[in-house]
Design a protein around this ligand. Sequence first.
Ligand SMILES: NC(=O)C1=CN([C@@H]2O[C@H](COP(=O)(O)OP(=O)(O)OC[C@H]3O[C@@H](n4cnc5c(N)ncnc54)[C@H](OP(=O)(O)O)[C@@H]3O)[C@@H](O)[C@H]2O)C=CC1
Ligand SMILES: O=C1O[C@H](COP(=O)(O)O)[C@@H](O)[C@H](O)[C@H]1O
Length: 517
Amino acid sequence: MGSSGKSGGTRSWANPLRDDRDKRLPRIAGPCSLVIFGVTGDLARRKLMPAVYDLASRGLLPPGFALVGFARRDWAAEDFGKVVHDAVRQHSRTPFREDVWERLAEGIRFVQGSFDDDESFDRLAKTIADLDRERGTGGNHAFYLAIPPGAFPTVCAQLSRSGLAHQQGEQWRRVVIEKPFGHDLDSARELNRVIGEVFPEDSVFRIDHYLGKETVQNILALRFANQLFDPLWNSHYVDHVQITMAEDIGLGGRAGYYDGIGAARDVIQNHLLQLLALTAMEEPISFEPAELQAEKIKVLSATRLAEPLAETTARGQYTGGWQGGQEVVGLLDEAGFAKDSTTETFAAITLEVDSRRWAGVPFYLRTGKRLGRRVTEIALVFKRAPHLPFDTTMTEELGENALVIRVQPDEGVTLRFGSKVPGSGMEVRDVNMDFSYGQAFTESSPEAYERLILDVLLGEPSLFPVDREVELSWQILDPVIEAWTAAGRPDPYEAGTWGPASAHEMLTRSGRDWRRP
Ligand SMILES: NC(=O)C1=CN([C@@H]2O[C@H](COP(=O)(O)OP(=O)(O)OC[C@H]3O[C@@H](n4cnc5c(N)ncnc54)[C@H](OP(=O)(O)O)[C@@H]3O)[C@@H](O)[C@H]2O)C=CC1
Ligand SMILES: O=C1O[C@H](COP(=O)(O)O)[C@@H](O)[C@H](O)[C@H]1O
């Protein structure tokens, strides 16, 4: 992708999809340190530190690199080193190599401290300054906030007070903010304001890890690198769009974060609305970050909830059941959840996009925990052929044509259409034409966090939502969250099924049904 720039100045970015040879080789980050706040947490252990190791193992980190972990726990440096070592061994994508680990470990430090303690940040500042000298990190620092969302403002204020956010000359400072970014429009605006007082917008990297997935970036390639699909990509041919993010896992161990948040805030506000934006937006005039963001902002501005909400949305909460041959408990029996919790673990909404391309085409978004299986996909379901010149008793099984972008776990694209069944009659049946990453490419896909952390260190903002995108997403979602809060309990659904009955009624009302992925 484009050349790295320093924050706050004029930057020029290259086209991320351009096919010239040097652009195919990933760029190596320049000297810098990465500071992870919340380094003892679940995200850092399972995703962030393994991703840093993977970058080191691919040779994409510079010799002048340092990783500083900050958390409350009173760990000795050796304990910290062992925890990182174990996390990396267990979760890294690339094979573990002692030599890579040893080189990386030389630049790893731990700072014990609390977010509300000035002295902790002064010690952090000293550690970082020492690393600048010892490791040659060039005074360039990225601060990754993998911490409870309520602490984002405090840490930004501490970075400002301690001088760590202060950028000098050619050196850069970047801040990476995890999700959820606020809990409604007002809180997101306030958070943008608070962060904006410390960091300029082009130094703020809001993480939506779905944008780091290869299959999500491929939506743009599929749509804009081909002539085939665009003529069909509109209300003349598309009947409706279904975006599904289904998980089979439950919420055991995540009550502290999830209770009171729920499925809509957890993933529709960010991941699913980003998928919608990439699916529905117009072609950007280039892949410069600003152009890409402008198109996403345009389409999100034109997106609204279909009404009446009682008929066009559904929410549910899983009860006990069977999954993968095992009996599992319902949400209310998961440790840490209030016995009368009204938090939804399933959410489905209908959106309309007020544009010439999409007028009249519903976008159905659904997500849930403890569903039938783990799958994320975007399905464009086409209108039926206006006339069938066959004996229709022979085509009863024929469904609608569909183009399905399989985001995970079986990454690829499927085209479903009718085909003649071999034999003397004219029986027509649905068949699938498949593109699978595993078969088509020898290259393996980087983990989402691997890609995104590298982009932060390179200063590449394309895959990070800007302030306005986040605010528009809350603006779209706020009315339904308010309506659900007023309505009381979510509908129950049994673990291992595909959500509450109300989710099915939501589609059957208009003569449609959810795909069974
Ligand atoms: N876990 C996941 O899969 C995902 C998480 N996220 C987001 O990432 C962020 C982190 O999540 P997760 O890792 O699960 O959270 P955890 O609760 O597991 O970790 C929180 C971290 O913050 C530290 N911390 C909390 N309070 C303080 C404080 N006052 N001073 C210093 N350190 C403090 C904790 O340190 P200590 O242990 O020492 O108390 C710990 O390292 C959240 O914003 C979450 O929404 C986003 C997507 C997925
Ligand atoms: O952001 C989140 O995503 C995960 C699912 O991520 P995936 O890459 O495995 O699809 C989800 O479990 C979690 O609740 C949510 O916070």
